[in-house]
Ligand binder design. Structure first.
Ligand code: 5GP
Length: 193
């Protein structure tokens, strides 16, 4: 998506540890017009896949998921990072290793919000090593729902998450795939529409 690539080139900042900061428009301050265009694009790609729910992870995925859900007219459900009590066994849980914070955390999702009758589109802001996505896929597996697709705003193509998911057969769409980045610049993988 050229519009997103342009914004990354204009405002993205490369930080030590291969971290790309895009907090001016994507995951701290939010450019709602850009997010709306991102929603339009995800809808164009996944509109024929029978999606009846959008799944994401707090916090950065929520705005992207909501703006996309408006085009599908479906609900959004997000996995929580804060520990929820699981006294009645009423939540799915999975463990995720955080790329940006370098530690493990649990994600939880109430069982009543994801069932075998659901076909979900999973959305997130970044895909790097794929750990967050694996946690979400694990929760999908526990629930018995179907994964209709995975949409990512920015994939870091020099890390293995994206190619592993493609090899596993998922319909994965990344709106921008960074192939290389350094203090001096950043390049994108060419993609077909
Ligand atoms: P993964 O689990 O695929 O290694 O990393 C994905 C998660 O880590 C995303 O949910 C995102 O929040 C965070 N993340 C990974 N790489 C970056 C990055 O370069 N910049 C930012 N802002 N977040 C990242």
């Amino acid at each position: 998506m050229k519009l997103l690539e342009q914004r990354i080139l204009q405002e993205g900042q490369v930080r030590p540890g291969n971290v790309l900061k895009v907090d001016c428009f994507l995951n701290h301050q939010l450019d709602v017009e850009l997010l709306d265009q991102i929603g339009v694009e995800f809808h164009r790609i996944f509109k024929d896949d029978g999606i009846n729910k959008i799944l994401t992870i707090e916090a950065s995925g929520i705005a992207i998921a909501c703006m996309t859900a408006r085009h599908f007219n479906v609900p959004v459900v997000f996995a929580k990072k804060a520990k929820s009590k699981n006294i009645d066994g009423d939540v799915y849980t999975s463990k995720v290793h955080s790329y940006t914070y370098g530690r493990d955390y649990d994600i939880t999702l109430a069982k009543k919000f994801l069932t075998p009758s659901d076909k979900v589109l999973i959305l997130d802001d970044f895909l790097a090593n794929g750990k967050a996505m694996k946690g979400l896929l694990d929760i999908c597996k526990q629930s018995g729902c179907t994964v209709g697709g995975i949409g990512i705003c920015i994939e870091k193509g020099f890390q293995p998450g994206g190619d592993e998911l493609r090899a596993a057969g998922y319909k994965l769409a990344s709106l921008a795939i960074v192939s290389e980045m350094s203090d001096t610049g950043l390049t994108f993988r060419e993609q077909e529409d």
